[in-house]
Design a protein around this ligand. Structure first.
Ligand SMILES: Cc1ncc(COP(=O)(O)O)c(C=O)c1O
Length: 454
């Protein structure tokens, strides 16, 4: 496996060339990484017009992921989500379809911003059984019923899988339904880049998705910000269009540290990563079993996540996070009811031992009732775009009831909106905001009405 970007920067740094170009640090060390932090100089290729070392590195990634094409992003899955929605909306325009996305409601807030930017209409798909704030299971039969109701063909179906709690949608089943309706399936696979490297790939592209985003930085050995826009084999025209779609939302100064990290990740993936992944998943499964034996309400929803049901044990997730901190472990996410731990093959045995030490001694207390969360359809007064770009004012939660949500209101993580821009805020929303420690909300300014004649 070649590492052309890393090789180039190594050569450049060793040549001690006088840097009369950006960035301004000129390679002088403050953090330590500056000598390798370059920009698009001669020979370094250009991310959005790649035909040199970046193109070669992306070809390596494409072969590893088995996609029609794997594109690099240095601005996270967030950039890839905007790009894939833009591809879907452009394709819809070409085909005379509606710029409407059918989306499972547990979207990351980036989806809302992307739809606002693209003026895409959203029809939310709600779960038949409430799954909490993070999860929104949609079965193929439910998707089929939703698509059958559509008067005009939508631009795409969009689901998040795995979600923050590691729940996975039936991507293969959903992809079949989408194929029958000739609608592309887009997957927010930010948490699942590694799924490709399990003994049996569970990566969305292998299961029939048209495109997905993978945050390399969440589960692979990649610097924060490194991500992939994965194009599947069902929308081949997107291979030619995706780079421009990414450029539409990206900085003209992509980080070469992140590009090198994505480049070197290819080598790790081609070497012993799959074996190391399996060992990590087995170790986590073993830890889960051991903890369950001690009475800890823990489950492994996907191979690299451990979820502790704090409410069932009579604790809050925040309390468990503090107990873990006392053993020098920092979790990924905690709320009133849950705690999420994310492991990768780059965790050490010491890390697992510390988790066990903190959780195995927990004495379960009387169970607490978890937050009842239901993604109930809300009264929508404006489109996403109208509400996001309208003038806003910030109000304390209780005063926001009866007003229109301006910015999607999220607790971060998991950044899944409790209320979506354009929705009328209700007392039920306010109660949920308070449970998630949200104290103020951005609402559409009083007196503003969308001018629908424009
Ligand atoms: C489900 C989901 N989608 C998308 C994103 C955005 O990913 P990134 O941080 O790589 O931009 C996140 C971030 O946590 C996420 O959890």
């Amino acid at each position: 496996m070649t590492t052309p970007i890393w090789d180039f920067v190594q050569r450049y740094q060793k040549a001690e060339t006088s840097r009369l170009h950006m960035p301004g640090h000129k390679g002088a060390v403050q953090l330590g990484c500056e000598p390798w932090d370059i920009t698009e100089i001669r020979g370094a290729d250009a991310l959005y017009e790649a035909d040199g070392i970046i193109a070669e590195s992306e070809r390596n990634a494409t072969a590893l992921f088995g996609t029609a094409h794997t594109f690099y992003s240095t601005e996270g899955s967030s950039q890839c989500i905007r790009a894939m929605l833009s591809l879907a909306v452009s394709r819809a325009a070409r085909r005379g379809d509606a710029p409407r996305i059918l989306a499972a409601r547990n979207v990351h807030k980036t989806f809302i911003y992307a739809c606002a930017l693209l003026d895409a209409e959203v029809r939310w798909l709600y779960p038949s059984t409430p799954g909490g704030l993070c999860s929104c299971p949609i079965t193929p039969a439910e998707l089929k019923a939703a698509l059958a109701e559509e008067q005009t063909r939508p631009a795409a179906v969009y689901v998040t899988s795995p979600d923050y709690l590691g729940q996975q949608q039936d991507i293969a089943g959903l992809a079949k339904v989408c194929a029958a309706y000739d609608v592309p399936l887009l997957v927010d696979n930010a948490h699942g880049a590694y799924l490709k490297f399990l003994p049996q790939s569970a990566h969305p592209i292998d299961l029939g998705a048209a495109a997905c985003c993978d945050s390399g930085h969440k589960t692979l050995p990649v610097l924060t910000g490194g991500a992939y826009l994965q194009i599947g084999h069902t929308c081949p025209e997107w291979v030619a269009e995706a780079r421009s779609a990414l450029a539409l939302f990206g900085s003209t100064s992509p980080s070469y540290l992140i590009l090198q990290s994505l480049d070197l990740c290819n080598r790790a993936l081609a070497q012993d990563y799959p074996q190391r992944l399996q060992r990590c998943a087995d170790r986590l499964a073993g830890l889960c079993e051991q903890l369950q034996k001690t009475g800890c309400a823990v489950r492994q929803t996907e191979p690299l996540k451990l979820i502790v049901d704090a409410a069932q044990m009579g604790y809050t997730g925040y309390e468990l996070a503090d107990l873990l901190r006392a053993e020098a472990v920092e979790c990924e996410f905690a709320d009133e009811d849950q705690l999420v731990l994310m492991a990768t093959p780059y965790n050490t045995e010491l890390d697992f031992t510390r988790i066990e030490k903190a959780l195995a001694i927990l004495k379960a207390k009387p169970t607490r009732a978890p937050i009842a969360f239901d993604f109930a359809p809300a009264n929508c007064c404006m489109t996403l775009r109208e509400a996001v770009f309208a003038p806003h004012e910030q109000l304390p939660v209780q005063q926001a009831v009866g007003r229109i949500c301006g910015s999607p209101t999220v607790s971060c993580p998991p950044a899944v909106p409790i209320a979506v821009s354009g929705e009328m805020l209700t007392p039920a929303h306010a109660a949920l905001f308070e449970r998630y420690h949200i104290t103020t909300v951005e609402v559409v300014a009083k007196g503003f009405t969308a001018d629908r004649t424009k």
